[in-house]
Design a protein around this ligand. Structure first.
Ligand code: GAP
Length: 508
């Protein structure tokens, strides 16, 4: 992508104050972040006291703040700072017909294959990715040939090549509404696997109540659920996760330009959050990877696996930006008919088309969809911000160089002597006075070195130390997380001083 282009795009780009973290050494692997997360209260394995639950995670005091900051920054950028996007919060459980007509009931599945020898279960498509060249060389193109009539693909667990036939496994979680029998098909519902459909089925409601004209968008943040066959890599792939999705409705013919603009905008958003461009790249999905509704999809990938030798395998999806065409509005509409004049959707009560006052034409708008995960964004932020520094005693310290807007705590107020009531009183008063402006904490649970180290590790941009001198001169020491440099600031100047350091500004 030409980044200059994105600056000149007609969209308003909300950018957080850019700090250039040239010296940042990103985390060497996800495991480093797993242990930091547990140690410092970002993320814990869920249900641990009962032995855990595979790939379920709970967000601790620091994690919940970081997630809130991600959501707030996205919402501000996507909704508040623009004039063409509305917000929505739709139900997690929708009428089952939504998933019938969206295509999820039929197609939202992974192909599963079992090893007959050791009974291990795998995703067949992952093998195809891994053995792609060899399979193509031998002209093996269908499941039967790949798994049943060749011994190319070996079981990673036992090394044998004795497979069942691959079969589809639908990823939607099923449940039942009301006090009905478990197997009553009329009561069957799903937990949503994407937030997007909630937007499409509310298209007319939003169009009517907000009196919007094309182009306009609808944004939503919320939980989604997928019964992933191979979850893992910490919070990268889980069965319960959170999405930030926006559906941008445009006239057919204007879709390709809008799509490219959103690709550029989204890339700029991630770098604006402080992520290094070295760890971000755009990936054009090849035709065979495209979802059934997509004309073109570009992923923003992050280097989630820097430890892998093969560079190509270091990257995975952080966000997808799809051109969904008019598939969704059309499929949920009552009007479209097949060649014999039969309604394609006999269950819908509405027509989700748009009447253009200018051209006096009625049509189904095209949709551009930037879709990101809150959890993957958080993981990428943590990996990117991770750095190590050695102090003058030769001790290794972890510094989380999070963008100030992402940092869970903005300022920690630390008394130099916790047994001196005047110092403690002054530190607590400063904390209280800053509280309405920003997230501040008071901490006296250790020596000053330990307190600084703890705040560095959770990414607190500044520590404010109250010492004996403060009682005389009404000034405090403000220490910078990244440089460890200290400066003396008058208490009365603190709010302005901190806001200048931490407040977002528009433009790059
Ligand atoms: N509506 C389009 C859609 O859902 P997707 O690429 O399947 O597209 C969008 O999901 C984003 O949601 C992904 O880029 C990723 O950040 C996040 N995501 C998807 N599945 C996930 C999972 N199992 N665990 C964590 N995040 C996930």
């Amino acid at each position: 992508m030409n980044r200059k282009q994105s600056r000149g795009s007609r969209f308003t780009v909300y950018s957080l104050r850019l700090t250039v973290y040239e010296d940042s050494v990103a985390a060497p692997n996800i495991d480093t972040i797993v242990s930091l997360s547990k140690r410092r209260g970002f993320v814990y394995p869920s249900s641990e006291i009962y032995g855990g639950l595979g790939s379920a995670w709970d967000y601790g005091p620091m994690g919940v703040e970081l997630c809130n900051n991600v959501r707030a920054a996205w919402w501000r950028w996507m909704v508040h700072d623009r004039d063409d996007i509305e917000g929505l919060d739709s139900s997690i459980i929708l009428n089952r017909l939504v998933w019938k007509y969206s295509g999820h009931e039929d197609t939202f599945s992974d192909p599963l294959v079992d090893c007959k020898e050791c009974k291990s279960r795998f995703r067949a498509d992952k093998f195809v990715e891994e053995y792609r060249e060899k399979l193509a060389e031998l002209q093996l193109f269908n499941w039967g040939d790949m798994f049943l009539r060749s011994d190319i693909i070996k079981c990673p667990t036992c090394g044998e090549s004795s497979w069942t036939e691959p079969r589809p496994f639908n990823l939607m979680f099923r449940t039942h509404v009301g006090a009905t029998a478990e197997d009553d098909p009329a009561a069957l519902v799903y937990l949503r696997p994407e937030t997007a459909q909630g937007i499409f089925i509310n298209f007319l409601n939003i169009l009517t109540t907000s009196r919007r004209k094309l182009p306009f968008g609808v944004a939503q943040i919320g939980k989604s659920f997928r019964n992933e066959v191979t979850p893992g890599n910490f919070i990268f792939r889980t069965r319960e996760f959170e999405q930030m999705e926006m559906e941008y409705f445009v006239r057919p013919g204007e879709d390709e330009k809008a799509h490219q603009e959103w690709i550029d905008n989204c890339y700029t958003w991630f770098t604006g959050l402080g992520m290094s461009a070295d760890n971000l790249r755009l990936y054009e999905q090849p035709k065979e990877e495209l979802a059934h509704y997509a004309k073109r999809t570009v992923d923003i990938q992050y280097r989630f696996f820097p430890e892998r030798e093969d560079e190509e395998k270091q990257w995975d999806e952080l966000m997808g930006i799809a051109n969904r065409t008019d598939f969704d509005l059309r499929t949920h509409s009552k009007k479209p008919e097949d060649a014999e004049g039969k309604r394609l959707n006999p269950d819908s009560n509405e027509d989700l088309s748009y009447f253009d006052e200018l051209t006096k034409e009625r049509f189904y708008p095209y949709v551009i969809e930037p879709a990101a995960g809150v959890n993957r964004t958080m993981l990428a932020l943590l990996m990117d911000a991770y750095s190590e520094k050695t102090n003058d005693k030769g001790e290794k310290r972890v510094i989380l160089k999070l963008h100030p807007q992402m940092a869970p705590i903005k300022a920690a107020i630390l008394p130099l002597a916790k047994n001196k009531p005047e110092i403690v009183g002054m530190a607590k008063a400063i904390k209280r006075s800053l509280q309405p402006l920003l997230r501040a904490v008071y901490d006296d649970t250790g020596g000053i070195g330990k307190l600084y180290a703890r705040q560095d590790e959770i990414g607190t941009p500044v520590c404010i130390t109250v010492d004996h001198q403060s009682l005389e001169d009404e000034a405090v020491t403000v220490r910078d997380r990244d440089t460890w440099e200290q400066e003396r600031v008058r208490v009365s100047d603190l709010p302005e001083h901190l806001l200048k350091r931490l407040t977002p500004v528009n433009g790059l």
